[in-house]
Design a protein around this ligand. Sequence first.
Ligand SMILES: *Cc1c(COP(=O)(O)O)cnc(C)c1O
Length: 396
Amino acid sequence: MAGMNTTTRILHEGEDRETHFGALNPPIYHASTFTRPTMQAFLEGMAEGSQAYIYSRDSNPTVRALEKKMALLEGAEDAIAAASGMAVITGALLTFLNAGDHVLVVDACYGPTRRFMNMVMARFGVEVTYYHPDLRDLEPLFRPNTRLLYLESPGSHSFHIQDLPALAAQAQRRGILTLADNTWVTPLYQQPHRCGVDIVAHTGTKYINGHADAVVGLLTARRELIQQMRPVFRLMGATLGPAEAYLTLRGLRTLPLRMAQHQAAGLALARWLQAHPKVRRVLHPGLPDFPGHDLARAQMSGWGGLFAFELLPPATPADRHHFLDALQVISMGVSWGGFESLIIPLLARDEATAAQHRRVGLTDDCYRLSAGLEAVEDLIADLEHALDQYSVVSIQ
Ligand SMILES: *Cc1c(COP(=O)(O)O)cnc(C)c1O
């Protein structure tokens, strides 16, 4: 099926149907342990490099089916599925960073990634430098001990677009590993490996699962890197359960259909908001006047439904509450990428976050919206009604 469309391949590859009595759905293997009939078979199963299933902390057939499909989607040799997006990000960092190493991290990275760098990696003697997401020449920042370049495009909250091929090439010339968080558009619309990135991390919790019912992490790379990471993941114990793997496999089947709708809804809402007199600006890479738009078009083949917008300053701080509390279809909640529309205020709650927001151009009047699968006209009516409850200082 190698030459076929991804939509077809997602449905039919990686499931090893013959070994499951031909079952169309990969069964959920609720088994901690896989037994062996003889001592000889046991020793073979335990041998280094054996593919046998022994214990579900190490590998499980349902989880393996998901890994195979993920490798296929990202165009990678192999994949690791783990208990959450943070598990795959931290597992990769713990595999490759040593005391005395230096890591370059994009300043628009996902918040918990930053906290892990600052709380854990720094404590283990890894030096962390945050670089501005617009930076296209990292040469002045590389040090002799720079081991890894961390990328995320579009960036969290600010949606900055990074020039993935250019940055990956700069790292590659120096033998520096690259790791990209590719959660925003999924491998369907952006494949960082094709841009030269070594390791691609995803939270499957968002669009890949898409139904807001499981927390999942997925990572892809060439075989040699997966072989280095796999033992660390097994020892960390951040294992994905077979039920979550099954839900994610189920979600994957409709990924192309869902992404088409998230993309259309996100753009429709972004355009509608852009024309609203109480909206100062909309941060959506698919809008032609977004600063990274041309770069985004060059390296992505579609848009996600997650974006941010900034309202004009409120007449009183209570107006922020009036706006969010008036929403009836769009719920207030963290995470995104599910069937349901979600919104959060990007209000900085501590000085470090406020400083990072200033660096990437976010204000306390910014909101992040995940366009779900509801009818677009209902989402627009909901926003319109809520914006009516929002008074601004003055409309220029
Ligand atoms: C949610 C998110 C993560 C973390 O994923 P979890 O499954 O919640 O651990 C990582 N990166 C991005 C961009 C995210 O939005």
